[in-house]
Design a binder for this molecule. Structure first.
Ligand code: GRF
Length: 219
């Protein structure tokens, strides 16, 4: 779909904690102006991770805020929110960011913070999505993109993608297959949100610019 000439590219700030393959998928998609979004900065809660190197290779500004450098979690959260705000994001994407954001962060960006989770919500929330799915013995799991709220992986769902569990899967093989689906889901959904706008009404997230209460203006 061509970019809307009346709408500038949506500004994305992406937060990472690890390998950053989801970030890379967004960076790659955003090289096409028709995608409708650009990654303007990448933040992390730790140094020396591949995710930050991916950003640097792409010429994207980076910043790091480590919890242990602050008096408490609330001070970290407020400073992280300020660091993100400095880049004037339209949407913040938590892409493998292994920290819960708090009150300051959500009051600054609530309704436009997205997170990807490697399970089909509401099943298997938390840090062990692929392991919990394997242990439970489900035959289908997958990934979920959602609008972050104050809970753990509980926010309104933007997109989901199903992944079969194979009989010989271990946690690593299953998670790798989920991550492949996750990258496709993330790129497609974030692009649509950027190009079309989106609406959050209660638990419903809809693409498009039809005026509803709670519509998130973009671009
Ligand atoms: C993804 O599966 C994400 O959902 C989970 O951690 C993984 C991050 O992968 N929280 P990457 O850093 O994007 O490669």
């Amino acid at each position: 779909m061509p970019a809307n000439p009346d709408r500038p590219a949506a500004r994305l700030v992406v937060l990472v904690s690890g390998s950053g393959t989801n970030l890379q998928a967004l960076l790659d998609a955003a090289t096409d102006p028709a995608y409708g979004a650009e990654v303007v900065a990448v933040g992390a809660d730790r140094d020396n991770i591949e995710g930050l190197e991916r950003a640097q290779r792409a010429g994207v500004e980076t910043f790091v805020r480590r919890v242990k450098d602050f008096d408490d979690r609330a001070a970290w959260d407020a400073d992280l929110a300020a660091a993100v705000a400095a880049h004037r994001p339209d949407v913040v994407v938590l892409a493998g960011f292994m920290k819960l954001v708090g009150e300051s962060f959500l009051s600054a960006f609530g309704g436009r913070v997205l997170n990807t989770h490697p399970a089909l919500s509401p099943s298997f929330p938390g840090m062990r999505g692929p392991a919990d799915a394997l242990e439970y013995g489900v035959k289908v799991t997958g990934c979920t993109l959602f609008v972050v709220d104050a809970g753990v992986d509980t926010g309104p769902i933007v997109a989901q993608s199903a992944v079969d569990v194979e009989p010989d899967d271990d946690v690593e093989s299953l998670h790798e297959r989920i991550k492949s689906a996750e990258r496709t889901m993330l790129v497609e959904a974030v692009g649509r949100m950027a190009r079309e706008g989106f609406v959050v009404e209660g638990r419903q997230v809809r693409f498009g610019t039809v005026r509803h209460q709670g519509r998130q203006p973009l671009g």
